[in-house]
Structures are given as structure tokens and as C-alpha cells.
Design a protein around this ligand. Structure first.
Ligand SMILES: [Zn+2]
Length: 163
């Protein structure tokens, strides 16, 4: 995953996909990482996309007219055959890509406002970022985006241009 796709990277992590993202990675480093760790490259850089293809790497090119995260997710999901479904047992930290575990409330009580603690039942904790996550007010947006992506995947056979 290269620069300008940070939002897409965060979404893929929430959906449980192991996603490295670098804002300033050089092409060489991106290709190297993809080779070493058997990763798919997702990029807005057509040059990088073509260089990756020459090395027989899987690469997904996101054209400049694809700007909505739902459209990007649909494109990636289609290319890779990913199911766009949130699984609370398989999700990653949107910031650092670590796997998240569901934790008891007591473990994150000091990180979360009391009203949030009362209102929600499921909390995740990232050890690396020392951050708690819950299905808060952003969650409606997340579900909406997932629903949009899934409906596009259902109806979008044939790769119709999205402009
Ligand atoms: Zn984290």
C-alpha cells in the first residue's frame, strides 16, 4: 500500500486484512516488502504498478478518478475476491495493523469515558498503541460503507467505470 491510500488501509485493517501502509515509501522498498512478505501492492502510481507486474507481483492500480473509500474497497475486494464483512474476532488496529483482541471492560476502563463504558459491551485493545476501540459513533458509517461495497460487488460484474 503506498501513499495517499491511508484511508483505504485503515478500512482494510478494520476488516481484518493484514495491511502495511507507508506514506513515503520508495518504490524499491514497496516492491522489496511485497516480495519478502508475499504481499499485494495497492497503488495510485501507474509506474509502480507496472514495475510490480514485471516482477510478477500482484498489484492493484487505483485510478485517480476513484476517490471514495467505498469505491476503492470495492475495487480491491473484487480483484482479490475478499469478503467485505466485519468480524469482531478478526480485526486489526487501524493505526498500526496489530491484531486486536476483545478485552474485558475492566482492562480498558481507564482509557474510556464512563458513558461509553456503560453504553457498549464490546471493546478491543491495541497493546502497541495503548488504545481502546469500540463500535462507537463512526460505526454507522462503517456499516454503510460496507453495505455500499457489497451492493456494488453484487451488481458490479463487468468492471463498469465508476464516473
Ligand atoms: Zn495499534
Amino acid at each position: 500500500m503506498d501513499s495517499m491510500l491511508g484511508n483505504l488501509a485503515r478500512w482494510l485493517r478494520v476488516l481484518g486484512y493484514d495491511t502495511e501502509y507507508s506514506r513515503r515509501a520508495r518504490d524499491r522498498d514497496v516492491v522489496g516488502l511485497a516480495l519478502r512478505e508475499d504481499r499485494v501492492i495497492v497503488t495510485r502510481d501507474l509506474g509502480l504498478h507496472r514495475r510490480a507486474a514485471k516482477r510478477n507481483l500482484r498489484s492493484i492500480y487505483i485510478p485517480p478518478d476513484v476517490v471514495e473509500v467505498a469505491d476503492m474497497l470495492a475495487l480491491v475486494a473484487e480483484e482479490l475476491g475478499l469478503g467485505m464483512k466485519f468480524d469482531k474476532g478478526n480485526t486489526r488496529c487501524p493505526q498500526c495493523n496489530s491484531r486486536l483482541n476483545i478485552v474485558p471492560k475492566a482492562q480498558i476502563a481507564h482509557l474510556v469515558p464512563p458513558e461509553v463504558l456503560n453504553r457498549y459491551d464490546t471493546f478491543w485493545y491495541c497493546e502497541k498503541c495503548q488504545k481502546a476501540y469500540w463500535q462507537g459513533r463512526h460505526w454507522k458509517t462503517i456499516n454503510d460503507v460496507i453495505e455500499t461495497v457489497r451492493s456494488r460487488l453484487r451488481g458490479g460484474a463487468g468492471g463498469e467505470p465508476s464516473h
